[in-house]
Design a protein around this ligand. Sequence first.
Ligand code: SAM
Length: 425
Amino acid sequence: MVSPGSRRESTFTFPHSTPGQLDRMPAVSIERAKAVLSEFVLVNQETSIDKLVLGKENYTKFVNEFWTAKQRQANSIHEISYRACYKPQLPRFFIDIFTEKGDTVYDPFAGRGTTLIEAALMGRNIVSNDVNPLSVILTKPRLNIPRIDEIEDRLDEIEFGQSEADIDLSMFFDKKTEYEIVSLKNRLLDSDVDNWIRMVSTNRLTGHSAGFFSGYTLPPNQAASQKSQKLINARLEIVPPYKNTKEIILKKSKSLLRNINSKLRRELKTINSTFSSLDSRKTSHIQNDSINLTVTSPPFLNIVKYAADNWLRCWFNDIDASEVESRISLCRTVETWSEIMGSVFDELYRITIPGGWVAFEVGEVNNGKIKLDEHVVPLGLESGFHCAGVMVNSQDFTKTSNIWGVNNMKIGTNTNRIVLFHKPK
Ligand SMILES: C[S@@+](CC[C@H](N)C(=O)[O-])C[C@H]1O[C@@H](n2cnc3c(N)ncnc32)[C@H](O)[C@@H]1O
């Protein structure tokens, strides 16, 4: 296996697995994983070890800058905005340590597909699930990537009509831009190139720079409501200007594809992938003992309104946002959240291969007052997993090295907390 960063221990060499050999493959043991995390060194910082005490049990807490955007630039293909997404370096860290090429990586709360796209770039097979079908629309086209000339030809071919949207979008788009968007919405077919154009268009609908179809609005992953957009327009005294949608799609496509060569494009097409839009507690289509590694980040209590933030993206893709909203797990209390995540862990235990791993990322809710990691540890244990410990990835480690819990940082800005579980053999 490949060693992440400049880890001191870089002697992971496991036999290459082929389908059918998986259960004979020597997996990383829990002791080995702990040694790797303890001895990990990046940017000259050694891992600090602390104890998380839960009842009578102690769990190791590893604090370090385990990954950093500076250390290794992520592939440009990831550059799709999504609410509460994590950096590709996070899943890469775990995929590197715990899987081989040909293994299967899963994300039950896939979002924009960060885990799955990174896993596919690393030659792993992928299983993707998110209750919002938008996740498939954003992820799948980035495995079946058309060439730029194909995108250009197809854009030239699409004729724009003069149909208005079935809802009032005048506060977001100039009239001609709206016609173009409606034409794209209605005329795109189900082919690789059209699915790509649909994915890019979905991503370009609203945002606050010239590269979006809308006039000035909130950042692209937080669509304002029609009412709040009217207020933004009135406050800033703006009327949405005309935007050339084809030019914007082509420009964004070129940017997304700047790190994709023809070899990688071919390799990505060969990745075995499964997509679903189910509640992650009920994924009976995924076989028992079939997943080598899950890297995921669940919805955190009711902080982020995934469906509401994505309403315009849902409209563009004929997805009923309120129906999705009703199926999204939004919880007011840690108790209801724990109940739902407990069932998710039962399901993860069923589908994880003996010797396999789960890296479960949770944020610091309420400015660090609620540490969901401390609630997650017992949930995983109850489902049968062993806990290898809690990792705190601090991207500003030098400033916080003597402050346990890194409470002084703002939610989700610099710190990831990951609880690491192992399914015993
Ligand atoms: C924190 S986001 C995941 C972001 C992802 N890690 C990424 O990088 O894009 C949580 C996701 O969970 C999804 N979700 C919420 N409740 C769900 C459920 N019960 N089953 C499956 N997915 C759910 C939301 O739609 C949202 O996309």
